[in-house]
Design a protein around this ligand. Sequence first.
Ligand SMILES: Cc1ncc(C[n+]2csc(CCOP(=O)(O)OP(=O)(O)O)c2C)c(N)n1
Length: 335
Amino acid sequence: MALERDKHSAQRALLTLQETQLLELYRRMVLIRQFEEKTAEMYARGKITGFCHLYAGEEAVAVGAIYALYDKDYVLSTYREHGHCLAKGADPKVVMAELFGKITGISKGRGGSMHLFDPDLRFMGGYAIVGGGLPIATGLGLSVQYNEGPEVVCCFFGDGALPQGAFHESLNMASLWKLPVVFVCENNFYGMGTMVQNAICQEELYRFAEPYKMPGVRVDGMDVLEVYGATMEAVARAREGDGPSLIEAVTYRFRGHSMSDPAEYRSKREERIWQERDPIKNLRRRMLGERHVAEARLGDIEAAVAREIEEAVKFADESPEPSVDELGTGIYAGS
Ligand SMILES: Cc1ncc(C[n+]2csc(CCOP(=O)(O)OP(=O)(O)O)c2C)c(N)n1
């Protein structure tokens, strides 16, 4: 069933959310953007090595969806996960330290960019395997239901995960058992260099909800308020015991697939069109124009975030490497 969504909900959110809430949405998006820009710089300087996939451009999806959750709710992500982890409340210091491979990192420096994890924060991992988080989110949903818990599980994945069996098995099971899972597909049109229409027979990805008898909705993933509104509805349904939903957030990554991808398969014109729809500038403009927020307040946020990011880099740089003794800890070994 395609979900009947009120098209005016984003505008209503703009007018009814308290100014402090709008500022918090703005702060979280700015935090992710500045974190990603600094990560690119540190990568170029050789401070960060290995695979690294940036989230710049997609901030409204992580921030809008996660703002609709309570702290106790669970989040799962992909290998493009810095944004989800920060939006869930991780300290930028420990995320940056992880990228630097330091012991103070969120995964003690042994996970790197693609394996951030913090059970206390209920950030249940980034997964390097495309679609890898989907069955885990479904299993978590089952454990919540079994324990009669109030939590909701929010699972982010890219369009590249849809052709996989794991996606279909997870949606089938979550729907059959009415599990409290919100599936959020970030459709940024490309899986590495492959366009979505060359990989998936149904380009309207939210329609994959229909065969699995759950509500499916497509939202503007460059509009944090629209993502927030749709996720609020899906979360309320999950918490009521009415089962899962599928949200397709249409978005765009401003950079290549990873740090080693110059993205030559995309035209400059296409990139420019999407950059004009920048989710941060979008919210900024509406807050100034329609809510008459003082521009200085936004400037203060940007400056405070810049200081926080500088501190994160300093912390990561000055933190020690893991010691050799650490090699044997935190691993499973059969006896
Ligand atoms: C099971 C599996 N197959 C292939 C890969 C290689 N791979 C890494 S990223 C990627 C594209 C995924 O694209 P998408 O899910 O749309 O996420 P996005 O990068 O757009 O955020 C592929 C095919 C992988 N990591 N895991």
